[in-house]
Each structure stands twice: as C-alpha cells, then as structure tokens.
Design a protein around this ligand. Structure first.
Ligand SMILES: Cc1cc2nc3c(=O)[nH]c(=O)nc-3n(C[C@H](O)[C@H](O)[C@H](O)COP(=O)(O)OP(=O)(O)OC[C@H]3O[C@@H](n4cnc5c(N)ncnc54)[C@H](O)[C@@H]3O)c2cc1C
Ligand code: FES
Length: 270
C-alpha cells in the first residue's frame, strides 16, 4: 500500500445535485490495490489539499467512482475538476462493510444525505449476488427531493428486488412521498431482527438515532454496522487526528459495529 498519492485522471464527471459531483477516475500509470465497499481514499486536489472520500462505485478495470459534496476548500476544488484533469489518490484505507457477517441475512441499508455514497457499492454488490443474502431494504433520508443522490439508479434497484423508501426534510411542490426523519421509514420494513444486518451511514446524529431505534426493535448492536466520519490527516493510523476513544477511525473504522461505537458516541453527547 502506497502512502504517496498516485496520479489518477478524471474520466467522467456527473452532477448528482446542486453541490455533489461523482468523479470517475482511472490510473495514469500504476493503480492502487482493489477497493471494497465502505473503504475510502485520500483524494488530493493538487495545490489545495487532501481529504478522505469513500468509494461510491467500483466499475472495474481499475476505475473508481467517488461522490464528493462541496463543503470547503478541498471538496470544492475536487467538485470543479473536469474530464482529463489529474488528481492524487492513495488508499484503500479503513475497514469496509462486513458483508461476510451479513451473508444469508436480510440487509437493511439506512442512509442520510451523502451517506448514501459509501452504501451504493453495497447495494450494487448485493443486487448482483442475491443468492448470498435475504431481502434488501434501502431507506434514504435527504434534505429536499432535489438533493436525492443517484436518482436514475434508484428505480433500477427497485426493479432488481430492493425495497427502496425515501423521506425528505423539506418537501417541494409536487412531492408526494414521505416527510420526516429517516427513522420514520423503519416501520415499513418487514424483517425479523434476528436475521437482519443493518448498515448505517449519514450525519452522526442520524446514525445515533437510527442505531437506537434498531436496538429498540431488537437488533443486536453487533449487527448494526455504522460508518463514522472524523477529521483525518494520515489515513494510516499514525497521526491520531481521527481518534474516537480507543479507536482510530481511519484504521479501526470508518465502519465499526455499534456494540463498539455506541458507548463512545453516547459519552460525546454528555
Ligand atoms: C472516512 C470518510 C469518508 C468520507 N467520505 C466522503 C464522501 O464519500 N463524500 C464526501 O463528500 N465527503 C466524504 N467525507 C467527508 C469529507 O472528507 C469532508 O467533507 C472534507 O474533509 C471537508 O474538507 P474541505 O477542505 O472541503 O472542507 P473544510 O474546509 O475542511 O471544511 C469546511 C466546513 O465544513 C465542516 N466540515 C468538515 N468536514 C465535515 C464533515 N465531514 N461533515 C460536516 N461538516 C464538515 C468544517 O468544520 C468547516 O466548517 C468523508 C470523511 C471521512 C472521514
Ligand atoms: S488520520 Fe491519522 S491516525 Fe487516523
């Protein structure tokens, strides 16, 4: 694994909504080792800086897709890249979603906002390997209907057997779907807690509320996998920037069971 960024060329750019862009990139020379769903890269916008970004699709042929929300200097620069531009990439880092532990069970994917990005490769993987899993439920919470990511793809997921439910914080004119927080969608899922694995990603407050609601429904904490964000610098477990209690989230996370993270997140609320 290299700790120096390798040059990757932007091969395609798609605007997902007003502030999120998906960048497909391919190695200019040597490629990074293979990524798996839930792992992340440190993406370097030359002359601006480096940030952790999850892989949002793994199309093959050493190409990778990352969905970036422009919130500051580095993510803003990444979102302005055009096809042909070059960025730096190192990784893959962190733990991925533990799909081995989920094998044979129903999968409940719960995403808030840009949290759908690291979960998209899981959905695609499960839909490509339906024999290995039970039913797939995807619950998505987003600010407004216009903020919904991967709009064109959600119908494909439904057609390929996934239950996809969406709720928004603020409905616009013409929205006939659900309004409210993502936990309100849990009542629509028919799945026995003892054969369900939940994968949750989104803002930390959403993760806490979702995990607690799942525990209240009888899911054991170790079957609730959450992906957590922290400020990261090295990505390799050396600088300590991403510490959460005894965990370094770049190395021990970002995906960790709620049995390990629940108590640590509760302490941060005090
Ligand atoms: C493991 C991991 C995976 C990630 N995957 C993705 C991804 O797939 N797509 C994506 O768009 N982002 C992802 N992020 C978040 C991304 O790394 C941050 O948005 C980025 O570091 C911000 O850098 P910046 O220089 O653009 O903004 P900064 O200038 O660093 O920040 C701008 C403002 O946003 C605030 N801020 C910074 N980071 C966050 C954050 N994570 N959440 C909310 N507010 C924040 C800052 O406090 C500041 O006010 C991930 C983070 C981690 C740790
Ligand atoms: S980012 Fe340096 S230890 Fe995690």
């Amino acid at each position: 694994m290299t700790t120096l960024p390798l040059p990757y060329r932007v091969t395609a750019v798609s605007a997902e909504n007003a502030d999120c862009v998906s960048l497909e990139v391919a190695p200019v020379g040597r490629a990074l080792p293979d990524f798996s769903p839930g792992r992340f890269a440190m993406m370097y916008a030359f002359g601006v800086g480096e940030v952790p970004i999850s892989v949002s699709a793994i199309p093959g042929g050493h190409r990778l897709v990352h969905t970036v929300r422009a919130i500051g200097a580095v993510t803003g620069a990444l979102c302005r890249l055009r096809p042909g531009d070059v960025l730096g990439l190192r990784g893959p880092y962190g733990t991925g979603w533990d799909l081995g532990a989920a094998a044979g069970s129903d999968l409940l994917v719960v995403a808030g906002g840009i949290g759908l990005a690291p979960l998209r490769p899981v959905v695609r993987h499960v839909l490509d390997h339906t024999d290995g899993y039970g039913r797939l439920h995807v619950l998505i919470g987003t600010r407004t209907p216009e903020d919904l990511l991967y709009r064109g793809e959600l119908e494909d997921w439904r057609r390929s057997s996934a239950q996809v439910e969406i709720t928004v914080d603020r409905p616009g004119p013409g929205w006939r779907g659900s309004v409210g927080v993502v936990t309100t969608l849990l009542d629509r899922v028919e799945s026995a807690p003892d054969r369900t694995t939940a994968l949750v990603c989104g803002p930390e407050v959403m993760i806490r509320h979702t995990a607690r609601a799942l525990l209240a429904r009888g899911l054991p904490a170790h079957r609730v996998q959450v992906s957590l964000e922290r400020n990261m610098r090295c990505g390799t477990g050396h600088c300590g920037h991403c510490q959460l209690g005894p965990l370094l989230l770049c190395r021990d996370g970002p995906v960790v069971g709620y049995d390990r993270t629940g108590p640590l997140l509760a302490v941060r609320e005090l």
